[in-house]
Structures are given as structure tokens and as C-alpha cells.
Design a protein around this ligand. Structure first.
Ligand SMILES: Cc1ncc(COP(=O)(O)O)c(C=O)c1O
Length: 415
């Protein structure tokens, strides 16, 4: 069987996630994945193993402590390999919002009054507010607005906004409302020609395939691990040559000990160790679908990403097609996923009923979704959508199946 013919075995995938058998959740079609994903059994096992056997202060010489410390280091190393980074370029923090806040605080030391920062109005507020706040030290904030015809951020618009004073571009890899995948590689290329630092928000991208940060060539990249099948943590990647120059925000004695200098304090130990379970799950997924052995993590990830993308196209395109053809619905973003140009994160509104009412009908039909602005209120404001009522968002990931697709379309037919 050639690589192109291998299909994701979604029933195998679902068998790895206890939520699909749990009495409380088993009857629901889960469409809130962009809010936070279910976790595979491997993550739960790693978490409880840590709590049972190694819930002690790590890095001493006694066995339980040694194992705890080794597993914490292992989890960090694994995630460095997964995204093609070095171990000392990985920071694990409590959330993406926290990670970006501490990063902006560290980078502000490099800015002078009048320096310019480009932010978008397509991003989640987590990658806007911390940068906008730097106007307090005299930074000038420039907004890169998305196009109202197709809801896309245009690279040509960015080029017109860049000046000799631009120091930072903060941009989402994939908006949690529009769903389009932005060309972060191209953005980095343009930025670096102008000595500008690029901060990529990968929160809505990473659940659909972990990125290769070296290929993207971004300077900083962050995503929330609780949306990539893990516990409530978030990863921040930073290029070593930049990280090591940033001021120490941790204890004084840690001066020079990057990457521990960025976040005050350390990560949650048990949750950090449970990240090993995400990799075990991806290994199982790989071994279930592919015969040849793959020792290089990023190659394994790329092959799995491919499987996931093809499956996501199959389950999301019928919904995109249905919503885009309904005259009373307005779909945000592209109406088809092709070659990973879009995530299966589908936001829409009705011109007949409120998003609140629409989501209530879906929930009555056991479709787990909600109406909200999803903290991307500048995006909704630009689209002229009431930020209180918001959009309804149907966000899928690779463990959703075609039954979920059929169920949501059937439910939408009665609206
Ligand atoms: C695109 C995007 N960026 C950033 C965030 C913030 O992530 P966190 O909840 O980890 O702070 C979210 C959360 O939903 C998001 O969707």
C-alpha cells in the first residue's frame, strides 16, 4: 500500500480515548476541540503513574526523585524532537496567554520608544494584548487587518505595513475563528530580511499536526498542550540565539540559565511528565498505520500529520459545503479544506436566529458546541458580528468521525 492510500483508522483512534466510552460523554458528538481536546489513555496513565510512584521533589539521588526528574527531562526532550527544536529552546508554561505575556515582558527590554509592533485583528487576544500593552513603553502598535472579502490576512498588506522601525510581528498560524492557515514561513522570510522578530501563535494549528519550527523559521512559537491531547499546559519555543540574550525573569541565581529565565517558577511536574503519553499515543498511531520503522521523531510526526489532514478533509468538507450553501448561514473563512489550507474549525452565524439559540438547538441534539467570541473579539468586530452573541463554532479533530459529520448536518437541517 502506498503512503497516499493509507487511511486513518478512526475507530482505532477512538479506542485510545476513554471519553468515547465514558457514560457522561459517550453519547455526544464532540465539536469543541478548539477549546480543549480529549486525552488518550497514555496521558492519563502517565499522570497517575507520576502521582502514585514519583510525586516527590525531583532531581535528588533517591530512586523516586531520580525517576521523576528523568521523566520531566524526557518529556521536554520529546517535545523538542516533535517540533524539530533543541531541548534548551522549549519552555513549558501554564497557558499560551501566560507564555506570551512573559515573552512580551522579556522582549520589551529590546524596544525603544517609537519602535513598531505589528499585530493582527485575526488573532486570539492572547497574541494581541501583551503586544498592544507595550505602547506603555512608547512602542507604536500597527494593526494588520484581514480582508473582508475572503477573511484572509494578505501578505502584500503586511509588506506595506513594515517600516525600518518594525521590530516584532505577532501573528496567528491559524485563526480560531477563520480557520485559514497563514503562511508563517513566508512571513518569517519577509520579517527576517528586515531584522524583525516573528511570534507565531500555533494554538489552532498544532492540534491538526505538530509544526516543524525550523522549517517555519519563526523566532517564537507557542501552542496550548491541552488542545493537543495533553493536560492544561502550553509550550513556548524560542530560537536559542534570541532566548539566551533575553533578561532573566526567574530567580536571580538562574541568570544565564535559559530557557528557565523566561518564566518565573517552573512547570507543573505531573502534567509535564504526562506529555510523554502524547508521544506514546503518536507512536501507537504510527505503528498501527505504518510498517516501516521510523527513528526520527519529526519524520514520524510528518507522516501522521498527513494521515490526520486527509481524514480531517473527509469529515469537515461536507459540513463546510452544507453551511456555505445555506442562504441563511454565513460561514467565516474558506468553504473547503484542500492541502491543509484550513483547519476543521468551522465558525458561522445565522441571519434568522441568534448564535445562542442555534447552539442551544445543536446541544439539544447532543452536539457539544457553544456560541462565543472565543476571545477573538477583534476578529468578530471586524466582521460586524455581535461579540456577545458571537459565532457558533464546530471544531473537529482527527478523532471525530463521519457519524459526527452526519449528525451535525442532520441537526442543522431542523434549524
Ligand atoms: C488561537 C488561540 N490562541 C491563544 C489561545 C490562548 O490559549 P490559552 O488558553 O492556553 O491561554 C487560544 C485559546 O483558546 C486560542 O484559540
Amino acid at each position: 500500500m502506498t503512503l497516499a492510500n493509507i487511511k486513518l483508522d478512526v475507530e482505532y483512534v477512538r479506542s485510545q480515548f476513554p471519553a468515547f466510552k465514558d457514560p457522561l460523554s459517550k453519547d455526544w458528538s464532540f465539536f469543541e476541540n478548539a477549546g480543549g481536546s480529549y486525552v488518550p489513555i497514555n496521558v492519563i496513565n502517565k499522570l497517575s503513574e507520576f502521582m502514585i510512584s514519583t510525586k516527590v521533589q525531583p532531581y535528588a539521588e533517591y530512586t523516586m526523585s531520580k525517576v521523576a526528574g528523568n521523566n520531566m527531562d524526557k518529556a521536554t526532550r520529546i517535545f523538542a524532537d516533535i517540533i524539530n527544536a533543541k531541548e534548551n529552546e522549549i519552555i513549558i508554561g501554564g497557558s499560551t496567554s501566560i507564555n506570551l505575556y512573559v515573552l512580551s515582558n522579556a522582549l520589551k527590554k529590546n524596544l525603544s520608544p517609537g519602535d513598531e509592533i505589528i499585530v493582527t485583528n485575526q488573532d486570539h487576544e492572547a497574541n494581541i494584548s501583551p503586544w498592544r500593552r507595550l505602547s506603555e513603553i512608547g512602542a507604536k502598535i500597527i494593526e494588520w487587518q484581514f480582508n473582508l472579502d475572503d477573511h484572509e490576512l494578505k501578505i502584500s498588506d503586511l509588506e506595506n505595513l513594515i517600516s525600518s522601525k518594525t521590530k516584532i510581528i505577532a501573528v496567528t498560524h491559524c485563526s480560531n475563528i477563520v480557520g485559514s492557515v497563514n503562511n508563517l514561513k513566508k512571513i518569517s522570510e519577509i520579517a527576517h530580511k528586515n531584522n524583525i522578530i516573528v511570534i507565531g501563535d500555533g494554538v489552532s494549528y498544532a492540534p491538526h499536526g505538530f509544526p516543524d519550527v525550523k522549517d517555519l523559521d519563526v523566532d517564537f512559537y507557542t501552542f496550548s498542550l491541552y488542545k493537543t491531547y495533553g493536560p492544561h499546559l502550553a509550550l513556548l519555543y524560542g530560537k536559542e540565539e534570541i532566548l539566551k540574550e533575553l533578561p532573566n525573569q526567574n530567580h536571580e541565581f538562574l541568570q544565564g540559565k535559559y530557557p528557565y529565565t523566561i518564566n518565573p517558577g517552573g512547570p507543573n511536574h505531573e502534567e509535564l511528565v504526562s506529555l510523554i503519553g502524547i508521544n506514546e499515543y503518536f507512536d501507537n498511531l504510527y505503528n498501527h498505520h505504518f510498517q516501516d520503522k521510523e527513528n526520527i521523531t519529526i519524520n514520524k510526526i510528518k507522516k501522521i500529520n498527513n494521515l490526520i489532514s486527509k481524514h480531517e478533509e473527509i469529515i469537515a468538507n461536507p459540513i463546510l459545503d452544507y453551511i456555505s450553501k445555506r442562504e441563511d448561514f454565513k460561514l467565516i473563512g474558506k468553504d473547503k479544506i484542500q492541502n491543509k489550507n484550513r483547519a476543521p474549525t468551522i465558525a458561522f452565524i445565522s441571519n434568522k436566529i441568534t448564535s445562542k439559540k442555534l447552539s442551544e438547538i445543536l446541544v439539544q441534539n447532543k452536539i457539544a458546541t457553544r456560541n462565543d467570541n472565543f476571545y477573538a473579539w477583534r476578529c468578530l468586530e471586524h466582521l460586524g458580528i455581535d461579540t456577545n452573541d458571537g459565532v457558533v463554532r464546530l471544531s473537529m479533530t482527527h478523532y471525530n468521525n463521519i457519524n459526527d459529520t452526519d449528525r451535525v448536518i442532520e441537526a442543522l437541517k431542523i434549524v
